[in-house]
Design a protein around this ligand. Structure first.
Ligand SMILES: N[C@@H](CCC(=O)N[C@@H](CS)C(=O)NCC(=O)O)C(=O)O
Length: 219
């Protein structure tokens, strides 16, 4: 039986996993979370009361956290694209960059978005300023890091790039990557041209109107 993915196409963490599935053309059942299928959300909540997604279910067992799902797919559904290198030292660098994109790009980006969803008067402008400052610092560091590189770690597309693609995509919508960080902007464009991510972006197009900060008319 093929695995099931509880996910939504507009979610950055879900896109991270979808990229991995598409890279190796792994067959899966898409349990789309949304008003059309309330049972999917009920099943998710029963398995994982935190109710964050994506969650992969394989042989009746839930696997959560996007990074761990990608590691799981590499072990159980290996394909031609090795997203976590077999060499332990190379794998460490990939995991370090995956953590970078999660903690220092996605987390501050989500802070800005979640803040906008709060009612007026319950917002946290200082927290949002801090989050934007973190994004600026992270962009600057990444710009230096990307000198001479095509992908975030090593020479090939990896787990780290699965994280970078949706996180830089939405981070740029949230707090635009300044022109001076040309290498980050070029890397984001390279990620957008990768067929697996281009497919995820296309599948999410119908939901752009729901982006809480207003989606720009590009990408
Ligand atoms: N640490 C989780 C984060 C997942 C996450 O934040 N997912 C968002 C969608 S992008 C979510 O579930 N949002 C729903 C909510 O917060 O209730 C992972 O790596 O998978």
């Amino acid at each position: 039986m093929q695995p099931s993915l509880y996910a939504h196409p507009f979610s950055s963490y879900c896109q991270k996993v979808l990229i991995a599935l598409y890279e190796n053309e792994i067959p899966f059942t898409y349990r789309m979370l949304g008003p059309e299928d309330p049972a999917a959300m009920e099943e998710l909540a029963a398995m994982w009361p935190v109710k964050r997604f994506p969650v992969l279910v394989d042989h009746g067992e839930p696997i959560f956290e996007a990074t761990i799902i990608i590691e799981y797919l590499g072990l159980n559904y290996p394909g031609p694209v090795k997203l976590v290198p077999e060499d332990a030292e190379e794998a460490l660098e990939v995991r370090m960059m995956d953590r970078f994109f999660d903690n220092y790009i996605s987390t501050p980006q989500q802070k800005c978005v979640f803040d906008r969803l709060r009612p007026e008067g319950k917002r946290d402008p200082t927290g949002v300023d801090d989050a934007k400052a973190m994004l600026e610092t992270a962009y600057g560091w990444l710009d230096r890091r990307m000198e001479g590189r095509q992908w975030a770690a090593g020479r090939s597309f990896s787990l780290a790039d699965c994280a970078a693609a949706p996180f830089l995509f939405y981070a740029d919508w949230t707090h635009p990557i300044p022109d001076e960080f040309r290498k980050v902007r070029d890397y984001r464009s390279r990620l957008l041209a990768r067929p697996s991510f281009a497919r995820a972006v296309d599948e999410a197009r119908p939901y752009r109107k729901y982006f809480p900060l207003g989606a720009p008319d590009r990408d």
